[in-house]
Design a protein around this ligand. Structure first.
Ligand SMILES: *Cc1c(COP(=O)(O)O)cnc(C)c1O
Length: 367
C-alpha cells in the first residue's frame, strides 16, 4: 500500500513538472495581473484578480496534493479561519473553540462574531473528548494545542461531531498535512496558517483551507471573493517554492526536536513534547501523527533563567511564531498564556544537530 504522506510528497514535487509541454519553463512563473482579456462569455475564474490568478491557483494545486483535497489560498491564516466561520455559520449558530486555542481565533469568535449573533463556547483542549456538542454548528480545534501540546483524538472526535450534526474544522498549522491528516480521520475542513512551517522561512503571511465537500469549497471561494481575502501572487509564488522542501524540512526539524527534548529532559527540566513517553498523549501522537512535531515546551523555573538560556545559547532566536528554518524561543507568559513565567515554547529548526545541541548545552550551563 502506498504511504499517503510519501504519495503526497511525490505528487507535490511533480505537480508542475508532470504537466509541462516541451519548451515550458520548469520553475513556477510569477504572474501578476489584476485583469484578463474577456470574451463574450467570460471563463469561470480568469476575469478579475480578486477571484483567482494563475500563480495563486498553481500554489493551490500544490496544497491540494498535500491535503488530498481541493485547497483555497488566503491572505493569512486568520483570513482562512474567518472564511471558514463566515462560510459555515449565521446568526443563532454556535461555534466550539479550544479555550487554549490560537488567541486571535478566539477574539474573532468571542468578540467580533458574538456581536453578529454567533455564539462561541470555549472548552480546554484536554476536555474536548467529553465536551457537550449539542447545538454546535462548527467545532474548530487544534491538535496539538498551543502551547500545552495536548492532543485531540481526531478519529473519535470527528465521529462525535458528525453524530452531533456539527462540522469539524481542524487548524492543522502545527502539524501540516505531512505530519497529520485530519481529513482522512474524518474532519470536514482543514485550515492552516502557512506563515509557519509551510512557508517556513519567516518571510510570508498566508493561510489555506481544504475540504472535500464541494458545496462548502464553493462557498469558501465566494467568501474569499466577496471579502477580498485572496493573497497576491508574490506570496503564493514564495509558498509554492517553500512547499517543495516542507517534507524534508519537517524530517530534520522533528529529528532535531526529539534530540533537543531529550537533552532538556536530561537536565531535569519539565519538558512537554508529545514524542516523549511521559507526555499524556504520547500513545495517541504515535498513531495519529507521522512525527510528534518540532515544538517543545520547557519550564525553566523563572523568567530570568529562561532568558539566560536563550542569551547564552548563542543560537536561539527570541521570536514569536514557529516553524521556521532556525530554532526560536517564545516566552509565552509575556502573551498572557496560562503557563509559568519561565515557560519557553521552543520551535526547533533545521540546523545540523551537533552544533544545535552544543548551543542547547551552552544555554543550559547558564541557567
Ligand atoms: C499563526 C496561527 C494562526 C494565524 O495565522 P496567520 O497566518 O498569522 O494569520 C492560526 N492558527 C494557528 C494555530 C497559528 O499558529
Amino acid at each position: 500500500m502506498t504511504d499517503p504522506i510519501q504519495a503526497a510528497a511525490m505528487a507535490l514535487l511533480h505537480h508542475r513538472t508532470s504537466r509541462l509541454a516541451e519548451g515550458d519553463p520548469v520553475a513556477e512563473p510569477m504572474l501578476t495581473t489584476a485583469t484578463f482579456r474577456l470574451g463574450d462569455q467570460p471563463a469561470q475564474d480568469a476575469i478579475y484578480g480578486r477571484y483567482a490568478t494563475p500563480t495563486v491557483t498553481a500554489c493551490e494545486g500544490r496544497l491540494s496534493e498535500i491535503e488530498g483535497a481541493p485547497a483555497l489560498l488566503f491572505a493569512s491564516g486568520m483570513a482562512a479561519i474567518a472564511a471558514v466561520m463566515l462560510a459555515t455559520c449565521r446568526a443563532g449558530d454556535r461555534i466550539l473553540l479550544p479555550a487554549d486555542g490560537y488567541f486571535h481565533t478566539r477574539v474573532l469568535g468571542g468578540e467580533m462574531l458574538a456581536g453578529m449573533g454567533i455564539e462561541t463556547v470555549e472548552v480546554q483542549t484536554r476536555d474536548l473528548g467529553d465536551a457537550d456538542l449539542a447545538g454546535i454548528r462548527l467545532a474548530m480545534i487544534e491538535t496539538p494545542s498551543n502551547p500545552a501540546l495536548d492532543l485531540v483524538d481526531l478519529a473519535a472526535f470527528s465521529a462525535r461531531t458528525r453524530e452531533a450534526g456539527a462540522l469539524l474544522a481542524v487548524d492543522n498549522t502545527f502539524a501540516t498535512g505531512f505530519l497529520q491528516r485530519p481529513l482522512e480521520l474524518g474532519a470536514d475542513i482543514v485550515v492552516a496558517s502557512d506563515t509557519k512551517a509551510a512557508g517556513g522561512h519567516s518571510d510570508l503571511i498566508l493561510g489555506h483551507v481544504a475540504t472535500r465537500d464541494e458545496a462548502l469549497h464553493d462557498r469558501l471561494a465566494d467568501v474569499r471573493k466577496f471579502a477580498g481575502s485572496i493573497p497576491g501572487p508574490f506570496e503564493a509564488w514564495l509558498l509554492s517554492r517553500s512547499l517543495e522542501t516542507l517534507e524534508l524540512r519537517l524530517e530534520r526539524m522533528c529529528a532535531n526536536a526529539a534530540a533537543v527534548a531529550a537533552r532538556l529532559a536530561a537536565a531535569d527540566l519539565a519538558v512537554t513534547y508529545p514524542g516523549r513517553p511521559d507526555h499524556p498523549d504520547h500513545a495517541l501522537a504515535a498513531t495519529q501523527m507521522r512525527a510528534p512535531g518540532f515544538v517543545i515546551g520547557t519550564d525553566f523555573g523563572s523568567k530570568a533563567a529562561a532568558e539566560r538560556f536563550i542569551a547564552a545559547s548563542g543560537a536561539i532566536l527570541s521570536a514569536t511564531s514557529f516553524g521556521s528554518t532556525h530554532t526560536s524561543a517564545d516566552r509565552r507568559a509575556r502573551w498572557g498564556d496560562a503557563v509559568p513565567e519561565g515557560y519557553l515554547r521552543l520551535s526547533v529548526g533545521i540546523e545540523p544537530q551537533a552544533p544545535l545541541l552544543d548551543a542547547i548545552g551552552r544555554g543550559l550551563a547558564a541557567i
